[in-house]
Design a protein around this ligand. Structure first.
Ligand SMILES: Nc1nc2c(c(CN[C@H]3C=C[C@H](O)[C@@H]3O)cn2[C@@H]2O[C@H](COP(=O)(O)O)[C@@H](O)[C@H]2O)c(=O)[nH]1
Length: 307
């Protein structure tokens, strides 16, 4: 079975027996119908990302960014840039580095340390997240150097026009690892490997014929959006912990149910609105999550390298 289908089936299996986070099935049809039409969906933020220049540079930017597109559990503790969110603080730091000095080469990535990453992102060198970012970038550099001759377009070309194949390739690298245990099974989620395929497509680096086979990218923000929108019901005790700012343990049943529930809801929406793929549902709901209504309520936070 293709990895993306394993993600989809596994998420449906979790959602079917979940007790902490339940899908409000009766509300999905109206919710799906009310999502904006295809022509009104948000695109890639062109200011925060490297969207011009050679394809090799854009490939390097998005693989580098998505190798560190995690840390939401630490975001309340990082120094935010101009009132931007944690994700955009990281993206803008990286964008500035690429504008000033180009990409890090694969060999440079392999040798980066936490202090060098912290400097580019405007953070304290001793922050725990900087060491995790450095480790992920070291692994990315090693794979690109050893398996693709130092070319960031290498993995894209190896995927041969298939987003599904690119996700499978990246999922085999430690820097994109994302599986969680649940009730005796290993649940593949692979949020960042799938975001990377999506971003490379939005940025025109790759032309994939099978983007419709990706699942939603399971982070902490979309479950929050779906909770406030009445599509995922969290048990009261979980809501209380989240709203008190308590960290929810990565790999706990509650956390896996939130992520799997969001993936499953996107499948239900895509079934009701066939022109909206799970990737586009993700883009719509993630962008919605930046709005004031969603920012006004504490979102779930877990400390992991997955998202
Ligand atoms: N499901 C999903 N989760 C995504 C993304 C992205 C960025 N992708 C954008 C980039 C180019 C395209 O325009 C994409 O829209 C980041 N995240 C996650 O959000 C979380 C919240 O972060 P914040 O609000 O800062 O605290 C954090 O865990 C982060 O890892 C996505 O696309 N989908």
């Amino acid at each position: 079975m293709a990895l993306v289908d394993d993600i989809r089936d596994s998420a449906a299996w979790v959602a079917a027996q979940a007790t902490h986070v339940v899908v409000e099935h009766d509300a999905v049809a109206a919710y799906a119908a009310a999502l904006p039409p295809l022509g009104e969906l948000p695109g890639l933020d062109e200011e925060a990302h490297v969207v011009d220049g050679p394809a090799e540079l854009r490939a390097a930017f998005f693989l580098t960014l998505d190798a560190i597109n995690f840390g939401s559990g630490w975001f309340p503790t990082i120094r935010k840039r101009d009132g931007r969110s944690g994700y955009f603080t990281v993206a803008l730091g990286l964008r500035d580095r690429f504008r000033a000095r180009g990409a890090w080469s694969a060999a440079e990535l392999r040798a980066l340390d936490a202090a060098a990453v912290a400097e580019v992102l405007g953070q304290d060198p001793g922050h725990e997240l900087m060491a995790l970012f450095a480790r992920s970038l070291n692994d990315l550099g090693a794979h690109v150097e050893q398996e693709h001759g130092g070319r960031f377009l290498g993995p894209v070309e190896a995927a041969g026009g298939s987003a599904v194949a690119l996700v499978e390739l990246l999922a085999g690298w430690d820097c994109f690892a994302d599986r969680s245990p649940y009730d005796g099974r290993e649940i593949p989620l692979f949020k960042r490997a799938q975001v990377a395929a999506s971003d490379l497509s939005f940025a025109g680096v790759a032309a994939f014929g099978d983007l419709d086979r990706l699942t939603l990218f399971a982070d902490n923000l979309i479950p929050h959006v779906l909770r406030l929108d009445g599509i995922l019901r969290f048990e009261p005790a979980l809501v209380a912990r989240i709203e008190a700012g308590e960290l929810i343990a990565h790999d706990s049943p509650e956390e896996v149910e939130m992520r799997a529930g969001a993936i499953h809801v996107a499948e239900l929406i895509a079934a009701a609105r066939p022109e909206l793929t799970p990737q586009l549902v993700d883009q719509t709901l993630w962008t919605r999550g930046g709005g004031a209504r969603y920012k006004a309520v504490p979102r779930p936070r877990s400390r992991s390298t997955a998202y």
